[in-house]
Each structure stands twice: as C-alpha cells, then as structure tokens.
Design a protein around this ligand. Sequence first.
Ligand SMILES: Cc1cc2nc3c(=O)[nH]c(=O)nc-3n(C[C@H](O)[C@H](O)[C@H](O)COP(=O)(O)OP(=O)(O)OC[C@H]3O[C@@H](n4cnc5c(N)ncnc54)[C@H](O)[C@@H]3O)c2cc1C
Length: 535
Amino acid sequence: MKNAADSSYKRARARGDLEATFDAIVIGSGAGGLTAAALLALDGKKVLVLERHAVIGGCLQVFKRPGFEWDVGLHYVGEVHRSGTLLSLFNKVTRGELKWQKMPDIYNKIAIGNDVFEYHAGSVAFKQRMKEYFPEEADAIDFYIELVNEASRPAGEFLAARAMSGAMFDRAFDHVAPRFMPLAEKTTLEVLRSITRNETLIAVLCGHFGDYASLPSVASFAAHAAVIRHYLDGASYPIGGAQVIAERIADTIRSAGGMVLAGADVVAVVEHSGAVVGVRMAGGEVLEAPQVISAIGIRQTLNMLDSADPEVAAINAKIQSMPSTLPAVVLNLGLDACNADMEVGPANIWIHKSARQTEDWQYYTADAANRPMPLHFISQPSAKDPTWLERYPGHSTMDICSFTDWNLWKPFTDTHWKRRGDEYETLKAKLTEEMLAQVYRFYPKARGRVVHAELATPVSFNDFLGRTRGDFMSFAPTPERYQQRWTRAFSPVKGLFFSGQDVAMGGVSGAMVGGLLAASAALGRDMFRELKALA
Ligand SMILES: Cc1cc2nc3c(=O)[nH]c(=O)nc-3n(C[C@H](O)[C@H](O)[C@H](O)COP(=O)(O)OP(=O)(O)OC[C@H]3O[C@@H](n4cnc5c(N)ncnc54)[C@H](O)[C@@H]3O)c2cc1C
C-alpha cells in the first residue's frame, strides 16, 4: 500500500507501489525535475520522480553535520521579492508554501585586488553607485544597462520557443533570432569592450561571472544579461534553506497522487520504434510510462539512450564539442560564533585576483597545481536565513566557492567517496588553507571560530549530481550554445522530454524555467503564457 511520505525507492518497490500505472516518469529531482513533475501533477497526471541520490533536491539539497547545515547549490535568487512570472512559478509549484527573506540592498560585493565595489539593488541605484566609482564612465554605464535590457527583452520569447516541436519550433526560433542573436552571438567581454576601455569597470560589471560559471571571454552576452537582470532589483534567500524548496515541491507532487523516490538509479531510457516506453533501473527492472521527462542533463540522457535515430547521433556528435561550465571546490565551514559576533552580514563577496580576469584564469590553469585560484565567492547562509538562530543558536556557517581547473581532478575520477587516497586529501588540505585565508581576509573575527571545515570537489559533484567534469551548471553558455536548436524540451524520441538547466540556463530559476518548458511540451500547452497571465 502506498505511503506517500516515504521517499525510499526500495521500500516503495517492496510494497508494490510501482506496479501502478504512471502518466509520466521524471528522472532527477533537482529544481528542473521537480518543477516539471509538479506542473504535470497539478494538471491531474500521475507522476513518478526517480532520484538516484539518497536525498532528493539535486543542487537544492542541504547536508547536515552535528550543529550545522549547508546548502549545496543555492545562495541567492533574484526576482522573487516582487510579483512576476518567476514568483508565480515558485508559488504554483510550492502551492504558496515557500517564503523568501529579502537580502539587504547591498547584496553583492565585488573585490578586485584590494578594492571593493558594492552592487546596490535597483537599476537606478546600481547605476548611481557605479557612476560614483567610475564618474568618467557615466555614459558607458547607462549604455551597459540599456544593452542588458535589450538582450533580455526577446529572451522570454526565445525561451518559450523551446517548448515547441518540429516546424513550429523552427518558425518561432527564426522569428525571434534577428532580435535575440545580435547580442547573444557576442561574448560578454566583446560587448563590454565595445562600450568602455576601463578594464576595472568591466571586471566589476562581470564581478559575479561565477553565477554562470564561465569567463566573460567565453560566455554569451545573453547569459550575462539574463543574470544581471535576474539580480538587478536585488536578491532573496528561501526561509529555512534551499531544501525547503525541494520539499515543498515534492509535497505538491505527492498530494496530487504522485511519488518522489530517492535511491532510484535510472540506467537507461527505453524506447520502442522511436517512442519512449519507460526507464530501466540499476536493478534491471523496467518502469513504464508513455512520457519520460529527463532532468539530469541532455548529455547524460542521450548516453542512456540506445537509439539508432540519426538525429540522436547528430546531437551526440555536437555535444562532444560543447564546452562545459567551470568546476568549483566548495568549502563548507561551521563556526562556533554568531554572524553578529564576527561582524558577518548577508552580502555575498566575489573575490578577484585582479581586473584581468581572463588572463588571471589562463595564468592559473597553466600550472593549477602550484598557483592560487583567482576567483572565490563567500556566502553566509546563516546570515541570510531568519530561522537560523532559532535552529542553531550560537553557531553560523559560511560557504566558499572557488573555481578550479578540471585537470587537477581528472586523476581522481575513478576513485570512491571517502576512499580517494592521500594525494587527493593533500590537495584538499592545501586548497582548504587557501580558501580559509580568503575568509580571514574579509572576516578577521572568524579566525579561531571554525570548528568544522569540509571541502566538496568537482569529483564530489560528479558523484552527487551525476556530472562528469564537475560541471554542475552543465554546458557553458557560449554564443554557440544559443545557436543550437536541440537544447529544448522536445527530444528526437517521441514522448521523451528534456528539463532542467540544459533547456533554459544554469541557476535554480533557469532550471525551473526548464521544468516549465518541459511541462508545456509534455502537456501541449503554453504554460509560460498561463503563468504570465497570473503574474
Ligand atoms: C555550489 C553551487 C552554488 C550555486 N549557487 C546558486 C545560486 O546562488 N543561485 C542559483 O540560482 N543557482 C545556484 N547554483 C546553480 C543551481 O543550483 C543549478 O543550476 C540548478 O539547481 C540545477 O538544477 P537541475 O534540476 O537542472 O539539476 P540538478 O540540481 O543537478 O539535478 C539533477 C538531479 O538528477 C539526479 N540524477 C542524475 N543522474 C541520475 C540518474 N541516472 N537517475 C536518477 N537521478 C539522476 C542527480 O542526482 C540530481 O539530483 C549553484 C550551484 C552550485 C553547485
């Protein structure tokens, strides 16, 4: 007999719950998978979500150690403190059960060398603050925001096309491309260098390029503009932590009769005569459904598909040349002092070695084993969440995320969690020291208060998120990525849909929009338009 609250795949199978008939199976329980599943469930479909890891949520999961908890992949989200399509989407899939804490007006600080520049919430205030730092660049700053808006205006239409199939998609793509592509086909650095020669201003405006995990010399200006617009009015944090988002969406799915199961490793998408029929699990059993939505990444999904379709082969070939986003090491710190005692506030800090971001990265990767990482990000979730002090009195946490070179981690790809060997541990210890030094540089009162330090590496992200190069944000958002027509919800196999960040873009909101597009495709309805009408 079904026990909706029990998320164990093993137990659900033993109880016979999986003998039910499902309208759709969703692979992966990150923001992209859960969103698609919830939208289908709310539409009356019987949905089964299968998550390989022991905990649901993907990048939304939280992990705990005695006295502490840390988010895996969420530090801030934009556009949810005011009405709009994104807030409507969050409200719909959580049935209004999610609350947000707005961050203060200064939500990002950008350190370039020894100088710190603050991002102020609000387009007018942001421009004003930038003009105070760079008075001689006032026109360039105004023009920059105009270009950000220009690149963002057709983005909704560009994304909405990704829920369409066949000729309709091609027509929609061709219709919006003349407005979207001129800026999307340029890199961020190209666009910025066309409006100013001031390299420090460029570095400040690209200060949170870690949000798209790609260098400004690589990332499309469309991706940069989307991220800047997303946060321009400020940022918020989910009260109770990121796992609350996953739990509330899972509640929606379960209360509509669906199941969300962890420890459920899908090893193959099963198709017959060009149409999907279900999925094969690691134990060999096949679960059937006429629709399968995969939210584990397009690359990973196609690897699980034994298809003779030439379109699948063509996409697979193209994927080989698609660069990945930068991998990161994340140091999770537990401190035995409150944020207030250490003068730690909620604003994120992005730390750059110098204004020469591309050159600094090239210098680092030329000898990554011996050179310090040039970009770090410090976030203090305990200072953002108003429930923290009640839950963990006298304690606080910090996450430091630093971008690293995949070549350093390649030798450890075939090792197993907690048994990766001395060389790996030595590397981790060295990087932990390097990252701690950045914490003490900005928060000197944290010195002596760190009682727990745990480093996640790109190999950890491979294990826990099903990635291959630590690329937690999947494909790099290059100009070329925007030209691709296969990064959309419809796959070449009938009944198989893609969801998550590969369909839209990286980030929690990007993955959720991917879920919205997948649900639109599966239901044959423009849910984007429906949500806009609600906003
Ligand atoms: C350190 C870090 C910081 C971040 N900070 C922010 C931030 O502040 N704001 C923001 O908006 N975004 C942030 N992000 C990015 C954001 O979290 C992700 O882009 C987004 O959540 C990805 O969602 P997704 O559903 O596409 O994929 P994922 O969350 O990766 O979910 C994919 C799921 O599929 C599962 N899976 C894989 N293979 C299988 C299989 N074979 N069978 C079953 N299940 C499988 C995985 O275990 C995983 O749970 C951050 C990410 C990281 C890692």
